[in-house]
Design a protein around this ligand. Structure first.
Ligand code: GDP
Ligand code: IMO
Ligand code: MG
Length: 426
């Protein structure tokens, strides 16, 4: 059984927690896209882990961990993450495999990300400044790209870096009046990265097909959310990769039909970090209540997340493009205490009611959410262990979401911990 976990909103839906739970019944966990812009949280008892590049299944020492082709790897972050887990007694030795074809994020990518965002002023995307866009741009451009396999020949890589830095420094000076970056510092860093990471670098496509052939169970971990997908999200306020499940086949060379189940993760409300349209946003005290109660501050950047009502139009769109079978609905506990809950079941655009999400932001800007009001609840949900144990109003809320999105909710989050998850029969 091969399963994909994918975010249905604008990221931070709780994918890390869902992957950690499903990892119990899997052999291999794979990150298929994105980079250290991701921040996936796993909470086990009093221990909290925030992972940016390692798949969330890494916490379980029986799991093989794969970082596939379409991931952009920041070696600095990855090494810190490996060492951080080792200090907490979790070893990645002999079980981490990084694609030799994955592209590498280096300091000049992060610099470029920052310089570009600063220069854009009000038009900025609000990126994580992790160098994601510039690294993917270099990959598409080909001539100035660095891949994990380059760490196998450091002398050749040094030559390549001299050419790249000469180009980048001219660009930075001409466009932003920025100081040049020291190529020797970049080369020295790469020597260290090569020592640490070249031994884990391999053909992960072969590894995955061999594992699938041997009947192993693979868990694919999406990063970001479907609405941040470069081709299918709210462009230009997106990330630079195919973060919906459409990115899985191209991201790791495993065809979509080899994946048996797609689980979409959504919050019981909606959040977004960075700029871009957000039809159900609550720029008021209710949004503030959700932010504080749900600790809605970025795992990667610490930025406050924008909060709003559950958007059934957006979630249904992500479900459609992502071939999603069932949904994990997280953070139901966070809504406790709100008298009335609004569910967006349609948009009104130019006087017409529509239920298909317009990803084009000019059309999305015209969308007015059509809400249905449901009663809230005051009970604390954090100890609930079954669907039946939830207050009737909470059950009605979940059932109405199922009707709007047209798919069953299979898991319900009632707190950040691994065991604060209700398995609901389909
Ligand atoms: P990801 O990027 O999709 O993995 O999600 P993040 O880790 O960035 O953000 C989700 C946050 O919500 C983390 O702090 C989790 O610990 C927390 N979380 C996950 N599920 C629940 C839940 O059901 N209830 C509450 N209160 N917190 C949750
Ligand atoms: P996880 O995997 C939430 C957002 C950024 C910004 C836009 C582009 O934790 O859900 P980028 O740095 O990718 O060029 O930024 O995408 N973004 C995320 N938002 N969760 C994420 O990852 C995100 N990764 C990128 O905030 O709006
Ligand atoms: Mg996150």
């Amino acid at each position: 059984m091969n399963t994909c976990v994918v975010g249905l909103q604008w990221g931070d839906e709780g994918k890390g927690k869902v992957v950690d739970i499903l990892a119990e019944d899997s052999d291999v966990v794979v990150r298929y896209g994105g980079g250290s812009n991701a921040g996936h949280t796993v909470v086990i008892g009093d221990s909290r882990f925030a992972l940016h590049l390692l798949p969330s299944g890494a916490i379980r020492e029986s799991m093989l961990c794969v970082i596939a082709n379409a991931v952009v790897v920041d070696p600095d972050v990855l090494i810190q993450e490996i060492d951080g887990l080792a200090q907490r007694g979790i070893s990645l030795a002999d079980r981490l495999f990084i694609s030799e074809n994955a592209h590498v994020v280096l300091d000049y990518h992060k610099r470029e990300d920052q310089l570009r965002e600063e220069s854009l002023g009000k038009r900025k995307i609000g990126t994580t400044i992790r160098g994601i866009g510039p690294c993917y741009a270099d990959k598409v451009g080909r001539s100035y790209a660095v891949r994990m396999s380059d760490f196998r020949d450091v002398a050749a890589l040094a030559e390549k870096l001299r050419t790249i830095l000469a180009y980048k420094n001219k660009l930075f000076a001409a466009l932003y009046g920025a100081e040049p970056m020291d190529v020797n510092a970049v080369i020295e860093n790469c020597k260290l990265y090569a020592q640490r990471l070249a031994p884990c670098t391999t053909d992960t496509t072969e590894l995955l097909h061999t594992a699938i052939g041997a009947g192993r169970s693979i868990l694919f971990e999406g990063a970001q959310g479907s609405l941040l997908d470069l081709d299918h999200g709210t462009f230009p306020y997106v990330t630079s990769s195919n973060s919906s499940s459409l990115g899985l086949p191209s991201g790791c060379g495993v065809p979509a039909k080899m994946v048996h189940k797609y689980i979409g993760v959504a919050k019981a409300y909606t959040t977004r970090v960075g700029a871009g349209p957000f039809p159900t946003e609550l720029d008021n005290e209710i949004g503030q209540y959700i932010r504080e109660k749900g600790h809605e501050y970025g795992t990667t950047t610490g930025r406050p997340r924008r909060c709003g009502w559950f958007d059934g139009v957006a979630a249904a769109y992500s479900i459609r493009i992502g071939s999603v079978d069932s949904v994990a609905l997280m953070h139901l506990d966070t809504l406790t205490g709100l008298k009335q809950l609004n569910l967006c079941r349609a948009y009104e655009i130019d006087g017409q009611e529509r239920t298909f999400f317009p990803a084009n932001i000019d059309r999305l800007a015209k969308a007015r959410p059509v809400y249905e009001a449901l009663p809230g609840w005051d009970e604390d949900l954090s100890e609930a262990t079954s669907f039946e144990a939830l207050p009737a109003t909470a059950r009605t809320y979940v059932r109405r979401i199922e009707q709007i999105i047209g798919k069953p909710v299979e898991m319900i989050g009632v707190g950040p911990r691994r065991n604060q998850t209700i398995m609901k029969s389909l």
